[in-house]
Ligand binder design. Structure first.
Ligand SMILES: Cc1ncc(C[n+]2csc(CCOP(=O)(O)OP(=O)(O)O)c2C)c(N)n1
Ligand SMILES: [Mg+2]
Length: 353
């Protein structure tokens, strides 16, 4: 039985009829077998691409090529890749400032993403957006947003446009646990439910907002998804370190949103292996906790599972790694060698002069 069948059988997503809370959606061996080899390898390739992109960003931040704030997605790759692999070209994506992983998972150009971080003319936004504002409208990737929770109403607006124009797609909105104490989070959930918007609220619960653990700052326990009953939004919890489980949860959610014409909420339990930003010494948490989560590192666990199940071989995995390492080296070279934007760019593409 696939996880999808299991979840339907147990009615284990949390909806308003059942009022039952779900068990975490994990992928089983049968789910793993239901995907083709190429699809598996592509999921791994994308996760590894993100990890290596982030490693390169860290190095280039340390040597001064990248300036401003830098928030790395390392550790959360299974969440970004699993969810976005279930979306279609017609779907909009809106996300928070920890956005490199989502951009690459969506298939946005690696060179232009790196050049954007370097502040170069060849960047996605001519170097004027930087790390927190990756954007590519041609892929319906509507940012990268630095204001915590600020992306939620924007996503609701996009979903409203899809509903109004009778378009087939959905809008996925990623946000962190830190944004759930913002008023706009509750306002958007309420409005989306009242207006039956085709939106997937996707919480990346990485257990921390800057130096604050959710244990310390959240009333109501460690789970966010049960609270969705208040808004009559069906919800589901998923193991955010398990790329196949996240992929399947998103597939279920997307289908339900389009069929039932109402929002859905996924809480993906995940972890950032690094500090909040590059400058964070992580004094607020114990390294044992980090080590515990590193045991679930999708870059290691997922290919090992594929090798154990004889879906791929060590050599094939190593070939992908070599290919991706070259892609990243080329992206850094491209960004380094690209021109700076000219000074008069300061006055273009802005809302007010
Ligand atoms: C409105 C607002 N308040 C405060 C900040 C400062 N700030 C930046 S990131 C952050 C924590 C966000 O945590 P979370 O949403 O869990 O995302 P994560 O960093 O864990 O991915 C805060 C408070 C901000 N950018 N915007
Ligand atoms: Mg967080």
């Amino acid at each position: 039985m696939t996880s999808k069948q299991k979840i339907e059988k147990n009615k284990s997503f949390h909806d308003n009829d059942s009022k039952k809370s779900t068990k975490t959606l994990n992928s089983s061996n049968s789910t793993t077998r239901s995907l083709g080899k190429n699809e598996h390898l592509e999921l791994f390739r994308k996760m590894y691409l993100i990890r290596q992109f982030e490693n390169a960003c860290g190095q280039n931040y340390a040597n001064g090529n990248i300036r401003g704030f830098l928030h790395l997605y390392s550790g959360q790759e299974a969440t970004g890749v699993g969810s976005l692999s279930s979306l279609k070209d017609s779907d909009y994506i809106v996300t928070h400032y920890r956005d490199h992983g989502h951009a690459l998972a969506r298939g946005i150009d690696v060179n232009r993403s790196m050049a954007e971080l370097f502040g170069k003319k060849t960047g996605l936004s001519k170097g004027k957006g930087g790390s927190m504002h990756l954007f590519d409208a041609s892929k319906k990737f509507m940012g990268g947003h630095a204001i915590v929770g600020g992306q939620l109403p924007l996503a609701a607006g996009l979903a409203l446009s899809q509903q109004y124009d009778k378009k087939d797609g959905i809008t996925i909105c990623f946000f962190g646990d830190g944004s759930t104490n913002q008023g706009i989070y509750h306002e958007t959930l309420n409005l989306a439910a009242v207006w039956n918007l085709p939106i997937l609220f996707f919480l990346e619960n990485n257990m921390y907002g800057m130096g604050s653990s959710i244990e310390r700052v959240r009333a109501g326990g460690l789970d966010f998804f049960p609270a969705m009953n208040t808004y009559e939004i069906p919800s589901m919890e998923v193991d955010g370190m398990d790329v196949l489980a996240v992929r399947e949860a998103t597939e279920i959610a997307r289908e339900k949103i389009l069929k039932e014409k109402k929002p859905f909420f996924i809480e993906s339990k995940t972890f950032r292996f690094v500090g909040h930003s590059y400058a964070d010494g992580q004094k607020y948490r114990n390294q044992d906790e980090v080590i515990k989560w590193e045991q679930k590192d999708p870059i290691i666990v997922y290919p090992n599972k594929l090798i154990d199940m004889k879906i791929t071989t060590n050599d094939e995995i190593n070939n992908i790694k070599t290919e991706v390492d070259n892609v990243i080296n080329d992206a850094v070279k491209f960004a380094n060698e690209s021109e700076e934007p000219s000074l008069n760019e300061i006055f273009t593409d802005i809302l007010a002069e």
